[in-house]
Design a protein around this ligand. Sequence first.
Ligand code: HAM
Length: 426
Amino acid sequence: MYRIPRGTQDILPEDQPYWRFLQGLIHRLCQLYGYQQINTPIFEETSLFVRGIGEGTDIVEKEMYTFKDKGGESLTLRPEGTAPVMRAYLEHGMWVLPKPVKLYYIVPIFRYERPQAGRYRQHYQFGVEVIGEQDPAVDLEVISIAWHLYREIGLKGVSIQLNSIGCPKCRPGYVKALVEYYRGHEGEICADCKVRLKRNPLRLLDCKNEGCQGIIEGAPRSIDHLCTDCRQHFETLRSYLDFMGLPYDLNHRLVRGLDYYTKTVFEFWAEGIGAQNALGGGGRYDGLIEELGGEPTPGIGFGLGMERIILTMKDQGIQVPELPSPKVFIAHRGEAAKRIGLKLLASLRAAGVGAVFAFGDRSLKAQMRQADRAGVDFTLILGEREIESGQVTVRAMAKGEQFEVGMDDVVDWLSQRVLKPIGERL
Ligand code: HAM
């Protein structure tokens, strides 16, 4: 027996209502906010991610699915959604479009991580990217989309974690202060933090190790080292959030795991789903497009983990509508009846009425049991008698009532009674 690769999941039919509900909501919200959908390939040139995400990050160092194709080119399965969208923006000359360019995607992401509840090696992200505008009102809009989505779903206990990590002008000063502070505590920090201190000091603030928590508490804060531009941007964003009534927690430890971020960074945390409580995260990346070879262009976006949203929905007992299913079953006896049944089946479907057929040649009794299990509202019964009389027997399953309906009228008859044709509800 083959088993599914570790850290991946099948999304079985019983889970599809959650996915369909969530995707429907996302498309509707993005339309409301004026975002257009973009899809990029599942793999890209490896160097796009190394450049974009940053060499010292966990993603690039440990988590990428990188392989050589038969032509010898190094490719990587998308470990995050932002760099590919920036690549597409540049490749298709989207800078000529009116700014900001507002895009969204729902795509699979691949990371070789240690699997646990809420952490997978393939997961899906809903992401948005806004390119070409530095107004803090855009930061507000991006945060609002996620907030709106969580609210529409009915998630409870979601918080907005907010920080600013400055820009290439002011961050080096902050990192220097952080490193100096940590040098004074080098004997007390964990082995991982000793490496972080050398390679990626900002990530020191991210350490989950018990023993490092007190040191993090006393560490210098990035917002105390912002340059005038970054400080003003952050203050304005905060005042917009306050003005709009969006609650947030200032989180001085929030640094994010990708190198492209500048200024605003944020995450959405959920209560009650365990260690992997980040429902989503994002921030500004005002230097990324230039890093990838374009003109200096600001950008901001987020990625929300679809599986984590669904886990939280289930945890909180949030119900979703069932997917529509066919409401008519066609039972038949004898070859001539079967053929007429096949014709009626096609006519019903053409009229937008979902219908299923009794395949095989089981007894009528067995077919009626099938109809029961299919959960339909009506069963058409076709036999010799029906063919002779030109009348179809229609059984209303709930009450067990039977009707005789003319063969030529039965499609209309059913169209009117089956509440909403399936096509309208999809
Ligand atoms: P990220 O924080 O690495 O950001 O991922 C975004 C979200 O994806 C996380 O908050 C989490 O909900 C979900 N996620 C990440 N890894 C996993 C995993 N292994 N299993 C399940 N869910 C996961 C980014 O990827 C950025 N590209 C977001 C962004 C867009 N920033 C600006 N624009």
